[in-house]
Structure formats: C-alpha cells, structure tokens
Design a protein around this ligand. Structure first.
Ligand code: SF4
Ligand code: SF4
Length: 372
C-alpha cells in the first residue's frame, strides 16, 4: 500500500470509528482527558482508549455548566457528551491535573451516564522520593477499580503485552519525529498531525501496523530537494487543528519538533517490561518531561525547550495555547525569558479552537517567519 493510502486510512471520524469498533469487537470504549491518563492500563483491560479533544460544533449546552473562562477543550468535550455524541463511551478517566479537568469530572459524574468514572489522583510534584510510591498506589487503585467493574483480573502478562504495544507505537512515532527533523519535506504537516490524532482513538494494534508501514515507506523515500524554509518548534497545549501545521507550512516554515500535550510529550519514554508492571508504567510518567500542570524542578520545561531547539536546529518557537489555559499561561513568561536570554525568537498565539481565525494566524506566522 502506498504511503498516502495508508495516511488516508487514518483520516476517519473518530466517534464513528469507535462506535463501530465497539460493535465489531464486542468491547468497551473508555474516554479520557489529557496525556496523564495511563492508556496502557486501559488497553490491557481490553478497552479502546479514546482521547477527548473538544468539539468542532458550536457550544450550546456546556456553557450552562461551566464558567465562560474554561478552555475550549473542556467546554467542547462536555458539549460533545451533553449532545449525545459520546454515547458510545462506557467509561471516563479524569487525571488530576488542571482545575478545569477536575471540575469537568465533577460535572460529568452528575450529568453523564457512563458505567465507569475514575478520578486518577496524581501527585502535583513529580520530583520527590515519595512521588513514585504515591503514583504507583494511584495507578494500582485504578487497576483494581477496573477489575472490580469488569469482574476479571488484569494480569501482569496483559499489562506487559500492552506495554509492548505502546513501546512499539512510541518507537515508530519517535522515528517519524526524527525523520521530520531531517526531512520535513517528506510528509506534510497535516498528514503528520492526522497520524498523531489517530494514535489517540484508533485500535492500537491496527494503528501500530499502519504506522510502521508509513514509517518504512517514508524512510525509503528518495531524497528530494532538501527543505530550505524556517524550522519551527511548537510548544504548548492541545493542538487539535491540523490546519495549524498546514498554515505554518504555507507561511514558509515547517514544524520540526514539539513540546505539546498532543504531540511529542505524549510519545516520550519507554516502559520496562520486567518486574512490577504498574511501577514500570508509573516510572515513565516520572521520567518524561512534565506538562505545566505538574512540577519537576523550577526550570525543567525551559531547559527542555532550549535543548529541543538546539538539537533540532530550530529557528524559532511558536507557543500555542488554548485561551483561558492557566497552566500554560503561568509557565509562558519564564519560558519566554529563558528563550530571550538564549537569543531564540518566539511568538505566542492563544487560540479558541472552534473559531480560529485562519487568516489572522497565518498573517502573524508569516510576519514572524519573515523576521527569523
Ligand atoms: S497541559 Fe498537562 S494537564 Fe493540561 S491537557 Fe496538557 S498534559 Fe493535560
Ligand atoms: S488546555 Fe489547559 S486548561 Fe485546558 S485542559 Fe489542558 S491544561 Fe487544562
């Protein structure tokens, strides 16, 4: 199969896909918010993990339950549920991260009829000795709650198999990221983003098989004229609009690296498959770069961003946040200061995902890229 056919097979409507998967596999679909939900445990339990990424429809009901200063990811996800477009979900997992996700969990519990509802109470600090113990206990409780719901055990072997599958996916995704750094011209940004999105709702076995095929094809592609545009590093929160990548490309640049919740951060790290599997799953979260809703040293995110820019020969950084996202908003000033001190240019764009002004964003990108 050629690479564009494989990529096209990933561009499906997620909710329709999940509802069909549920029927054909006689399985359960469990939704989750945010990259701190331990997907491996859900996959080991035989569920299809389904990440919620807001809505592309107008908000009609969610605003009656949430303050207007909630981010569009939270408002949009609640809107999807209230409108009945997530009725195929059997359960929901809410990691204890930002305030908006925590409050969404409370509202969801009262308003939406899922069979299973779990708050995963993660520690805020991820750099102390007691953290690992706490995180492991939290994941064990989730595992036990799922076992009680399903009335069946999630064995070590099932966890190991799930970790193997996720390790494979992360290996291929990291190869893809490296390919994109060296040959951004080989895959269009919007195709790249379609792959990332599919990783969050597709059957993980099927996704891994298609992904490895895409990566092999891209590796074998003959080298065309090398990319000569500006190299952008994207930093921020949820990027659920493929056009962002396309828009940056049409402005004469390419995204060569990222530190976003729905991108690179989601694919970092490997899970050891020997020893206690719950501990191994927890360790990955402790070792990967934190998001701004967690704490791991005062400057870890800034240092990581600078290192990423240097390693990928980035020309500049585009910060991309959802409007009203406090964790990212609070981190931004120190990140920008650190970039300024290193002489790395940056631009900030706060977006409201359902009514992004494409023209305005593109004009700002063009001005920034011209200045680089
Ligand atoms: S910033 Fe952190 S808490 Fe917020 S959505 Fe991203 S990973 Fe989750
Ligand atoms: S985008 Fe920000 S406010 Fe919204 S869920 Fe993520 S961390 Fe929370």
């Amino acid at each position: 199969m050629n690479v564009s056919v494989m990529i096209d097979s990933l561009k499906q409507e997620p909710a329709t896909y999940a509802a069909e998967w549920k029927q054909s596999h006689a399985g359960k679909v469990v939704g989750y918010m945010c990259s701190y939900a331990p997907e491996e445990i859900l996959w080991a339990a035989g569920f299809l993990p389904f990440r919620l990424l807001g809505t592309r429809y107008a908000i009609e009901q969610a605003d009656a339950h949430l303050q207007s200063y909630c981010c569009s990811l939270v408002r949009g996800s609640l809107e999807e549920a209230l409108a009945g477009r997530l009725d195929f979900l059997d359960g929901m997992i809410f990691p204890h991260t930002c305030d908006s996700i925590q409050r969404l969990s409370d509202i969801w519990r009262m308003r939406i009829q899922n069979h299973f509802h779990a708050d995963v109470l993660l520690p805020a600090k991820l750099d102390t000795d007691s953290t690992r113990e706490y995180l492991v206990a939290t994941f064990r409780k989730l595992l036990t709650d799922i076992e009680n719901w399903q009335e069946r055990r999630i064995t070590k072997e099932l966890l190991r198999k799930a970790a193997d599958r996720y390790n494979d996916i992360r290996f291929h995704m990291n190869t893809l990221y490296t390919l994109r750094q060296t040959h951004p011209e080989r895959i269009a940004g919007s195709d790249f983003h379609a792959i990332i999105q599919a990783s969050m709702w597709m059957d993980r076995d099927e996704f891994c098989r298609i992904l490895s095929g895409i990566v092999e094809e891209l590796k074998a592609m003959p080298t065309a004229a090398p990319f000569s545009g500006k190299r952008i590093v994207l930093s921020g929160s949820v990027c659920n609009m493929p056009d962002i990548y396309g828009m940056i490309e049409s402005a004469g640049a390419a995204v060569v690296a990222e530190d976003v919740c729905t991108g690179d951060r989601f694919f970092q790290g490997n899970i050891a498959v020997k020893g206690d599997m719950v501990e191994n799953i927890a360790k990955r979260y402790i070792h990967r770069i934190v998001c701004p809703a967690k704490h791991h040293g005062l400057f870890s995110r800034g240092n990581h961003l600078i290192q990423t820019v240097r390693e990928t020969r980035g020309d500049g950084v585009i910060f991309l946040f959802l409007k009203f996202c406090d964790p990212h908003g609070f981190d931004y000033p120190y990140l920008k200061d650190m970039l300024d001190q290193e002489g790395i240019p940056s631009m900030l764009s706060e977006i409201e995902d359902r009514n992004l002004s494409e023209g305005q964003f593109k004009t700002r990108c063009e001005a920034f890229i011209e200045m680089l």
